[in-house]
Design a protein around this ligand. Structure first.
Ligand SMILES: *Cc1c(COP(=O)(O)O)cnc(C)c1O
Length: 364
């Protein structure tokens, strides 16, 4: 059997360090906030190369909190790519604003920058580029559009911890950014967790207040906020895992390169890497006209695959009242029928990759 992902492999390799971190949490018995959380926030900020990191409960909340901080709400529009995890658009709706979908680039799968300007209206307040599958969106183009129309940029980095765009880590390029530490992400906790990052002092201070009941110091509620904090237990585990992130990303990149080499001459479309970026391959997503046949053949060989995502955001039942059609988002519409994510995780062996490719080449 070749699993789609294997977290056990990662965690058993650092079991003793995780055990020590858990023991430390038990001994301090400080389960919400405290030094361990502050320490991880500092470490992650320094890893990303940014001034402020604020832990929160998950990577959906972090987008929502940033939107609230920027006072985006009812009557406002926020541009999001047509292909992402639902959290990106859901966060926009949650604050009362309207997500406006923009089709994706057929080669790189991220937001199509040539289609952003036509989607902008007098109500547009922000763009949320998603660094999808581990690849940076085309940030220079997004920055220049945002400057021209005076829009905020909230980077959704949930799938791209450590990815770089022109030598800068994603999350440091826009106004502010959101990360998820969902267990399966490139850097994952042992449950739901997330953070937001920014170089802007005002955004940092307000976001931190919102995430902790609007408090500035204990019982001093300046505004009404919410409860969205990074648990100490998760912070302790994340601090253990962070020093390995670059190594684990390198293993993902190596595995992706091996796939691409073996599949170059096959009829499938392999992932393309945007020039001057480092793609950290949260997912290795191919495209094929014969997806069902291929997925069945792989399943037959006990090779797990997945689809990210079977339905592009505009075509989900939750947006059915908008009546979007294929012609509104032709690339996303075509992609949702062709994309397939192959097994990829730090520690996948060359033999396993060869086995997957052998099956693909024999099927197509
Ligand atoms: C995982 C993910 C999120 C949300 O993260 P959670 O921590 O699961 O709430 C947001 N955006 C994208 C693109 C994601 O992949």
């Amino acid at each position: 059997m070749i699993p789609f992902a294997d977290l056990t492999l990662l965690h058993t390799s650092i079991q003793d360090k995780i055990d020590a971190a858990l023991t430390q949490v038990i001994q301090t018995s400080n389960f919400i906030g405290g030094e361990i959380v502050t320490q991880f926030e500092k470490e992650f900020a320094s890893y990303i190369g940014i001034k402020h990191c604020i832990g929160c409960a998950n990577g959906t909340d972090s987008i929502e909190i940033l939107l609230q901080t920027l006072e985006i709400g009812k009557g406002d529009e926020v541009l999001v790519p047509a292909i992402s995890w639902i959290a990106t658009s859901e966060a926009v709706s949650s604050v009362g604003a309207t997500p406006i979908f923009v089709d994706v680039n057929p080669e790189f799968y991220t937001i199509d920058v040539s289609k952003i300007e036509v989607a902008i209206t007098s109500k547009t307040k922000a763009i949320i580029p998603v660094h999808l599958y581990g690849q940076a969106a085309d940030m220079d183009a997004i920055l220049s559009i945002a400057n021209k129309y005076d829009l905020y940029i909230i980077e959704d980095c949930a799938q791209a911890h450590g990815a770089e765009y022109k030598g800068k880590k994603v999350g440091t390029i826009g106004t502010c950014a959101s990360f998820s530490f969902f267990p399966g992400k490139n850097l994952g906790a042992f449950g739901d967790a997330g953070c937001l990052v920014t170089n802007n002092e005002t955004i940092a201070e307000k976001s931190r207040m919102i995430a902790n009941h609007g408090q500035k110091g204990k019982h001093n509620h300046i505004i009404e906020g919410r409860n969205s904090r990074l648990d100490t237990l998760h912070a302790a585990i994340l601090s253990v895992k962070l020093p390995y992130l670059d190594t684990w990303n390198a293993l993902r990149i190596e595995a992706a390169a091996k796939y691409s080499k073996l599949l170059t001459n096959s009829p499938i479309q392999i992932p393309h890497i945007l020039p001057n970026t480092s793609h950290v391959f949260h997912l290795y997503v191919i495209q094929t006209q014969q997806r069902t046949a291929l997925q069945n053949a792989l399943t037959q060989q006990q090779i797990q695959t997945a689809i990210h995502y079977p339905t592009a955001l505009p075509f989900l039942p939750c947006y059915s009242e908008k009546n979007y059609s294929e012609k509104d988002f032709p690339i996303a519409f075509a992609m949702q029928q062709k994309i397939l994510s192959l097994p990829l995780f730090p520690g996948i062996s060359d033999a396993q990759i060869e086995e997957v490719c052998k099956t693909i080449l024999a099927t197509l």
